[in-house]
Design a protein around this ligand. Structure first.
Ligand code: TRP
Length: 487
């Protein structure tokens, strides 16, 4: 007998635990900063509502009906609907995406752990912006330190998943999530008085389409083509859509997996609304806590993945009780990351258990080890190894010396490539397939019963969204993919 969540609440907690994580507090602010604020946030919210919500309903519904890991759920459901078993590829690519995402997620979570110790040691006290930046640079410039933290975080993830997903999660999420939420609000209150709040609100909520649609260089200047015109870029749109999937944990089977443990009598609609609202709220709060510090201290909003590590410590170093609050904040963020990490690895673990008869502990250690290895690539990326360096090493292996490589490769590294490929391509493709499967392949009476919306009018709306609106929008964004090759 397969276990179910002990209550509706547990499912919500697990799903919120999966959704709320580094995506909201670490990634959302820095990509918002990189892509110019206002319009980026609008695009992201637009994708959350029109793509994220309908696809989340579909993904939970598929999982609950299939009652297995994503690969076997898709096999089962395609058999039921008389469709080709190749739909299970969705599960496979989901497992791959989960492992790839976790590989760098764990490195960042490791930095978060390191920062909880740095905060408690009082290292941030009375530091200037330069001092705080120096602390971050010294952490990432030592790969062996990052490796040690990455190893610790992966071990903790493996331990939690090996114990069985349900028991650990429930306790973590019930106490720690609300605590993280309260601390975030405290930080926003601090930020309101920090001197940069108006500028931050302006940056986040005043749309400036130029900053979104035209390519800029590292120091924020617009790039020009031969005619002296600004160069159009579609990449920010891809990133905004990708982030909508990423932050809701959609498109790779994590939510499908959690749905598979869900009791058949629960209405999925309400849950989706709760998960999506909380997740979005946390992201916006994180932005409101971070950007005022950025502007009050004359920092660069486009600083990249180090942004939270270079801003929040400034607040902790200058407020009363900052050492304690800072330590608590990073500890809570660590738990938020852990509850997301668990959902990234669970589909692969569950598949090994189901299909290969491997014991849970062994399965978890296997997957964890693979993810740990891939993570090493991101460690080098954070400590400064660019794609340019990697290609040169590869060429040298093949005996080719002195190749002239395009300067573009200097800008990208293992992390940026994996991140773009998974979040902006694999997750949306997964989501697109989920929408098409739920909207067109599954029998209508099956989905109607499965979703058991309490309100009669919701089903037809959902159906139109998942059949036409969401797939159309995802395809629209994809068809402009050419935009990324323009520069
Ligand atoms: N949503 C999580 C965050 O915002 C990350 C995450 C967990 C995730 N599970 C996922 C992302 C599945 C994509 C797919 O931090």
């Amino acid at each position: 007998m397969r276990h179910e969540w002990s209550s509706r609440l547990t499912f919500i907690l697990a799903a919120v635990g999966s959704a709320v994580g580094l995506g909201n507090i670490w990634k959302f602010p820095y990509i918002t900063g990189e892509y110019g604020g206002g319009v980026f946030i609008l695009a992201y919210l637009f994708c959350i509502c029109l793509i994220g919500v309908p696809i989340m309903l579909a993904e939970i519904g598929l999982g609950r009906r299939g009652k297995h890991s994503p690969v076997n759920t898709m096999l089962q459901l395609s058999r039921e609907a008389g469709a080709h078993p190749a739909w299970s590829l969705l599960g496979w690519s989901g497992m791959a995406a989960g492992c790839l995402i976790l590989s760098y997620y764990s490195v960042i979570a490791g930095e978060v752990m390191a920062y909880s110790f740095r905060a408690s040691s009082g290292m941030f006290n009375q530091q200037t912006a330069d001092g705080i930046k120096g602390i971050y640079t010294s952490l990432v410039s030592e790969p062996e330190k990052l490796l040690a933290w990455h190893t610790i975080f992966m071990s903790l993830t493996v331990l939690s998943v090996a114990k069985g997903v349900r028991d650990g999660l429930e306790k973590t999420v019930v106490f720690l999530m609300p605590a993280l939420f309260v601390l975030l609000i405290l930080l926003v209150i601090y930020a309101v008085n920090s001197g940069g709040f108006d500028q931050a609100v302006d940056f986040m909520f005043t749309p400036d389409p130029d900053k979104f649609f035209y390519a800029r260089n590292d120091i924020g200047h617009y790039l020009m083509d031969a005619q002296g015109d600004k160069i159009f870029t579609w990449k920010p749109m891809m990133v905004a859509m990708g982030h909508a999937f990423f932050t809701l944990s959609l498109g790779m089977g994590a939510i499908m997996m959690y749905g598979s443990y869900l009791n058949p009598h629960v209405s999925i609609g309400q849950m989706t609304l709760i998960i999506v609202s909380l997740d979005t709220l946390v992201a916006i709060l994180a932005g409101l806590a971070i950007f005022p510090l950025v502007f009050a201290n004359g920092l660069d909003p486009a600083a990249g993945p180090g942004l939270i590590f270079e801003t929040l410590p400034l607040a902790f170093g200058n407020m009363t009780g900052g050492a304690l609050i800072g330590t608590l904040f990073f500890i809570l963020l660590f738990f938020a990351a852990l509850s997301s990490a668990i959902s990234l690895i669970e589909p692969s673990v569950a598949w090994l258990i189901e299909s290969k008869g491997v014991r849970r502990i062994k399965a978890t250690v296997w997957v964890g080890t693979i993810v740990w290895f891939i993570g090493i690539g991101s460690i080098f990326a954070f400590s400064g190894t660019s794609l340019h360096d990697i290609l040169q090493i590869l060429f040298r292996w093949f005996g080719i010396e002195h190749v002239e490589l395009s300067q573009t490769f200097l800008k990208y590294n293992f992390f940026t490539v994996i991140d773009f490929f998974t979040a902006s391509i694999m997750l949306p493709v997964g989501g697109l397939l989920i929408a098409i499967f739920a909207g067109w392949v599954m029998h209508q009476d099956t989905t109607e019963r499965e979703f058991s919306f309490h309100n009669r009018h919701v089903y037809p709306v959902w159906q139109v969204m998942v059949r036409y609106v969401s797939p159309f929008l995802v395809l629209m964004v994809f068809l402009n993919i050419i935009g990324i090759f323009k520069f």
